[in-house]
Design a protein around this ligand. Structure first.
Ligand code: PEP
Ligand code: MN
Length: 333
């Protein structure tokens, strides 16, 4: 159950009630909100003086549920970029898979500026499948991303791979990314919950929609309201493509959750040839954002070389997204 407490309930009382009800207490719009386990279906009369509105749930998808907030949340990144329902924006996020050098990330930043893309994405800490491949530039990569933000006025999104560098990524990034391989990492989820930075949570490739949204609940119940969900492909029996983009799942998330949704066609298919068609299909789904990998020279990329678009391919794709968005009453930002 979610219980909105009356505006005059102070932090001490909210904490006391939270303890009694085994609930999380978070602050929303200046008031306190308690989130109890979903098995609580009815509030005892003794709580009536403190409780304003109650919401009852069938399972532990609570803060993320449309039953709780009927409109999709809005995440404001700057005067020009808001992700979520306050706008009809489909926000494009792009950049290389990894920061590899100053020259490489600067070329990507310049492409963003040239096209009017406001969010640059690249990994500094890479969760690779093999220990013998490039693991990312680490803190040096974060510094280069921050340099691009200062120099080009871009917003920066980068991934937290594990708990050793959570604080550094939170300090440097404008948007925190939790990768598919870390979706269940409670240390990362809780650290992001304590931060108020917008957080993009990717779906683990072997997880159900229920598990995915429950992972988001860890961040939301920690007090961070700025969570976005990212579908990036799940593992199926198919091996011709790297993963299978679950657009049915996206329809479910749009219908039943209040979290902005970002789609990642690049990691889903794993091959550059299919990214443009898939990206247009993603935009046509009416989602809040798309994440597309691009690299100045994909053939020599240190990670995800097969799926990154070169700048020419990305430019032509980017231009083709506008009429698709327009056709469904949305705008590419
Ligand atoms: C990435 O975004 O570069 C990445 C590693 O993606 P995922 O977590 O979806 O595999
Ligand atoms: Mn990648």
């Amino acid at each position: 159950m979610i219980i909105k407490l009356k505006p005059d309930v102070d932090s001490v009382k909210a904490a006391e009630l939270g303890k009694e009800l085994e609930a999380f207490a978070i602050k929303e719009n200046g008031g306190y909100v308690l989130i109890t386990p979903n098995k609580l279906k009815k509030l005892e009369d003794k709580y009536a003086p403190f409780a304003d509105t109650n919401y009852v749930f069938d399972d532990d998808i609570q803060l993320a549920s449309r039953k709780y907030k009927k409109d999709v949340r809005s995440i404001r990144l700057s005067d020009n970029i808001t992700i979520g329902s306050a706008t009809n924006n489909t926000v494009v996020i792009t950049g290389p898979c990894s920061v590899e050098s100053e020259e490489q990330i600067e070329q990507a930043a310049q492409l963003c500026v040239k096209l009017g893309v406001g969010i640059l994405r690249a990994g500094a800490y890479k969760p690779r499948t093999s220990p013998y491949t490039f693991q990312g530039m680490g803190i040096e990569g974060l510094r280069l991303l921050a340099k691009m933000r200062e120099k080009y006025g871009l917003k920066i999104i980068t991934e937290i791979r594990d708990s050793t560098h959570v604080a550094d990524v939170i300090e440097y990034a404008d948007i925190l990314q939790i990768g598919a391989k870390s979706m269940y990492d409670h240390g990362i989820l809780k650290a992001c919950g304590k931060s108020n930075k917008p957080t993009l949570l990717k779906r683990g490739f072997g997880t159900t929609l229920q598990e995915f949204v429950q992972a988001a609940e860890f961040i939301l119940s920690g007090g961070n309201a700025n969570v976005m969900l990212c579908e990036r492909g799940i593992r199926t029996f198919e091996t011709k493509t790297r993963f299978t983009l679950d657009l049915c799942g996206v329809a479910y998330l749009k219908q039943f959750t209040n979290l902005p949704i970002v789609l990642d066609p690049s990691h889903a298919i794993g091959y550059a040839y299919g990214v443009p068609d898939l990206a247009r299909a993603c935009v046509a789904m009416g989602v809040d954002g798309v994440l597309i990998e691009t690299h100045p020279n994909p053939a020599v990329a240190k990670s995800d070389a097969s799926q990154q678009l070169n700048f020419e391919e990305f430019t032509s794709l980017y231009k083709s997204l506008h009429p698709v968005a327009q056709a469904i009453g949305r705008k590419i930002v």
